[in-house]
Design a protein around this ligand. Structure first.
Ligand SMILES: [Zn+2]
Length: 155
């Protein structure tokens, strides 16, 4: 199982481990991720406005931002799942693969049974975003709904 180096003892990351430690896709993985908060030295490698994001083995958690849009604990867990999905996605990072990489990360969250919560995160984002950003979110919502539909049929 993966682990989080969690100097701040953020319960959210412990909750993620407790919830997902038996999941098929994470059970055999052994990667360790260091939790970075906005005031930490390493936070400079992140866009400070992000809610949750990943950069190599560093995972950034901006609790204040998440509180602003009143993300529930489960919605935050779904964001962690999405970010880990980026970590494990082998699709090359380039200007053309952005959308497919987002879809792969969303699919990863669905595999961890957090897809419905991620969908509700995206619905909160779409209210505060506009223009191109909202278009991108709408496309993700569409794709995620289809992924969930297929996943539910396969059960
Ligand atoms: Zn993403």
């Amino acid at each position: 199982m993966i682990s989080f180096t969690n100097a701040h003892n953020i319960q959210l990351f412990q909750d993620f481990i407790n919830r997902e430690s038996n999941s098929i896709i994470l059970r055999d993985k052994n990667d360790s991720f260091r939790v970075i908060l906005p005031d930490d030295f390493m936070s400079g490698i992140f866009n400070p406005d992000e809610y949750l994001s990943i950069n190599g083995n560093y995972i950034y958690y901006n609790e204040a931002r998440c509180n602003e849009i009143e993300l529930t604990d489960e919605e935050r867990l779904s964001c962690i799942a999405h970010e880990l999905g980026h970590y494990y996605d082998e699709t090359e990072k380039n200007e053309y693969n952005g959308k497919i990489r987002e879809m792969n990360a969303d699919r990863f969250a669905v595999s961890l049974e957090l897809g419905e919560h991620l969908l509700s995160v995206l619905n909160k984002f779409r209210i505060i975003f506009d223009g191109n950003d909202r278009e991108r979110i709408d496309e993700r919502i569409n794709n995620l709904q289809n992924i969930l539909l297929v996943a539910n049929q396969e059960q």
